[in-house]
Design a protein around this ligand. Structure first.
Ligand code: TXA
Ligand code: MG
Length: 346
């Protein structure tokens, strides 16, 4: 039962049984695939860390299907958080809340807060409902690799390490959920995603700050996951940081010339409409081009990004040069992930 299995109602029932018995199931959500275990069973949760090779100081997100489950894992939910839940749940918004005693320490990496979200994916919701308890699930990739946006990605990383992989096709957003901390006076974004600061501002009346610094007051890490190297393809990546279209293209072309002299095999990640600008005929160092969305379709860029990154490997290139598609809205989240995957920003 290691290769992906279609998420039929029969297989969802099987998956729920595995989770109830303390096993691991990878399942689709609207963001990326998650690697699930019963969130109230510390031993089951421990298996997640082992399978992913995840450091134990990086807490997990608890996935719920209803208010009853929210009560099981979180307490003192602020009024403003409830307002946001009403607007954005089910959906790609994760809340950092005060945890209840029922949540095992390994879920929260020993902390007093717990991250919770209600996913907007029929398979994920049906699975959580069938188990009847909250499901802890980080992205279903090996630690350090890009998050999986298809069941094939999960199986590439975790085949043989999980009890079941439910296949629900490609995920809708392609980037992980927005994480917000609602335990303080002013809400802050710890990780950007499809629910943008602008969307949150409409409910809050102020634009929440995006916490970009890795540590807060007294050197305390606010979002533990952010201190790790993430989303990285298997070869070094240089991100072109300029967003002005012409300047970005020129800089990437210039880099291709430099790398030709160094006899490097270069991979290019760019929007569809730019592919011809980096043709191998003109730039002999260019060995593989992968196109991703277009400047006019930032949502598509976000959706395809991780799949695009997985197409490069040591076998075909020594280095990747990647375009960016701007820094506003969903493009902000894509830029954030690319810059974390990058060895260098040019
Ligand atoms: O879209 C998603 O959020 C996906 C799907 C599967 O739901 N899950 C996901 O989980 O991306 P993961 O474990 O890869 O990322 C969880 C992030 C990490 O950056 C972690 O540090 C942060 O959430 N986090 C979890 N609990 C936290 C807490 N109590 N306080 C602050 N950050 C927390
Ligand atoms: Mg992850």
């Amino acid at each position: 039962m290691k290769t992906p299995q279609k998420a039929t109602s029969n297989n969802i029932r099987k998956a729920a049984k595995i989770l109830a018995a303390g096993g691991l199931v990878a399942f689709p959500t609207e963001t990326v695939y998650g690697l699930g275990a019963n969130a109230l069973n510390a031993q089951a949760v421990d298996k997640i860390f082992k399978a992913k090779g995840r450091p134990s100081d990086n807490p997990l997100i608890v996935h719920i299907a209803n208010q009853r489950e929210l009560k099981m894992v979180a307490r003192d939910v602020p009024e403003v958080a409830r307002k946001l839940m009403k607007k954005f749940w089910p959906g790609p918004l994760t809340f950092v809340l005060q945890k209840t005693a029922a949540v095992p320490d390994n879920v929260t990496a020993g902390g007093k807060t717990v991250a919770v979200r209600m996913p907007k994916n029929k398979i994920a919701l049906a699975l959580i409902k069938a188990v009847g308890c909250p499901v802890a699930a980080p992205s279903a990739n090996l630690a350090g690799k890009p998050s999986p946006t298809s069941a094939e990605h999960v199986s590439e990383d975790l085949d043989g390490k999980v009890d079941m992989i439910l296949d629900g096709g490609k995920t809708f957003h392609g980037l992980e959920s927005t994480v917000i901390d609602v335990t303080r006076k002013k809400i802050e974004i710890l990780r950007s995603g499809a629910i943008t600061a602008e969307m949150l501002a409409k409910v809050l009346g102020y634009k929440p700050k995006i916490v970009t610094n890795k540590t807060g007051a007294k050197g305390k890490v606010r979002s533990p996951g952010m201190k790790y190297k993430h989303y990285a393809p298997s070869v070094p990546l240089f991100l072109i940081g300029i967003s002005d279209e012409k300047k970005m293209v020129r800089l990437l072309q210039k880099e291709l010339v430099v790398l030709t002299k160094k006899k490097m095999r270069v991979g290019v990640l760019c929007v569809k409409e730019h592919a011809s600008f980096y043709a191998a005929a003109k730039y002999p160092s260019m060995k593989k081009i992968v196109t991703c969305g277009s400047l006019k379709k930032p949502k598509k860029f976000a959706q395809e990004l991780y799949n695009a990154l997985r197409k490069f490997s040591k076998k075909n290139v020594d280095l990747i040069l990647a375009e960016n598609i701007g820094k506003e809205g969903i493009a902000h989240a894509a830029y954030d992930r690319l810059s974390r995957a990058a060895t260098k920003i040019l």
